[in-house]
Write a protein that binds this ligand. Sequence first.
Ligand SMILES: [Fe+2]
Length: 324
Amino acid sequence: MSTPGRHCPLHYRTDPAALAGRTDVVAETVYVIGGMYGNTAALDAVLRLAAAEEEQGRPAPTLVFNGDFNWFNVDDQTFDRINTEVLRHVALQGNVEAELGSPDGEAGCGCAYPEWVDDATVARSNAIMQRLQGAATRAPGHAEAVSRLPRQIVADVGGVRTGIIHGDPESLAGWGLAVENMPAPGETPAVIADWFRRAQVDVFACSHTCLPFIQRFPVDGRARMVINNGSAGMPNFRGDRRGVVTRIGSTPCPEENRLYGAELNGVFCDAMAVPWASEAWDAWFRRTWPSGSPAAASYADRLQHGPMHGFRDAWRIDSGDVPA
Ligand SMILES: [Fe+2]
């Protein structure tokens, strides 16, 4: 008997081979926006970043929200704002959206938390999910649209094929591409090589695990890349409240927001900062999730101070410049 929030439902399974031979998006620039977690200030900041590229004469980025764009947005107004905007763009389900679309009491929050996450945290996530499901019930149009979203797609940028997924290539809530599970730079475990071969992609852009990193994996004599954006809507580094999105572009990432990145076959794969922090959003969070509430207990410290993670933990490339 498994505990809600701990296990990975069978219907979360995805098949990397389903990515082979398909191309869903062709663009000069793609933003992969994972884990916005219902943060409207982060959503506004991402839209500003995209608009700024156009104002600078760069190609308009295609926005791909790869899941967990809902989480803290349990009030009706914010639930509507997030889903109305995201559904105008390319969007994928994360485990949060999978539970909104087809609530599964056994899955809880659907996070499939690994053993290093404590039971109290899992219970609080399940409580957040219940409130969010209430908002979804009151907005059946959004809930229905979210239930029809795909779970993985392929984007082609300058001939580089990126498999955009939420967790890992075999599960919507998989932790197989978590930084905690990565080998030393330069090594390619058989399972990761197999995922690249089956999916026939050059890059996997993922999210879900909330800690960003970039790492190269040589497979069959070719460089491949995994880039996990951590979270667009929560801080990703200690002492730094900015969100992170993955930018894949045939033009370089604007320097002012570039955190780190690497080139792959002439295409730029970068972590891009999302400067979202605002008094107004902090006040909204305190009203919606007051002290003692499940989200305040689990996330208030991270939202103010960031996780124990630094650029040196995220930068897992075996050569090139180490970010400051
Ligand atoms: Fe997730």
